[in-house]
Write a protein that binds this ligand. Structure first.
Ligand code: ZN
Ligand code: ZN
Length: 78
């Protein structure tokens, strides 16, 4: 089961970036989805155990990890 990237509640849907979100946060987007190591752009990929992020240079990174080490903040769309 995936968890909302923002609040950690159960997620059943994705925002426009493809990030798991709960219903309350489905219109929020991560404003600075950058690799915490090199600052490069991150792609959202779908794996066997849910979505994860990939940096072209540094490899895969989980949403959990990114939230721990990255300076992620969220913006509400629309
Ligand atoms: Zn949420
Ligand atoms: Zn990187």
């Amino acid at each position: 089961m995936e968890k909302c990237f923002m609040c950690g509640k159960m997620s059943t849907i994705y925002n426009e970036q493809g990030i798991p979100m709960c219903r309350a946060h489905q219109h929020h987007e991560a404003a600075n989805l950058k690799c915490p190591t090199c600052g490069g752009d991150l792609d959202v990929l779908a794996g066997k155990y849910g979505k994860f992020l990939n940096c072209f240079r540094c490899g895969n990174i989980s949403f959990y990890k990114l939230k721990q080490v990255g300076n992620i903040y969220f913006l509400k769309k629309g």
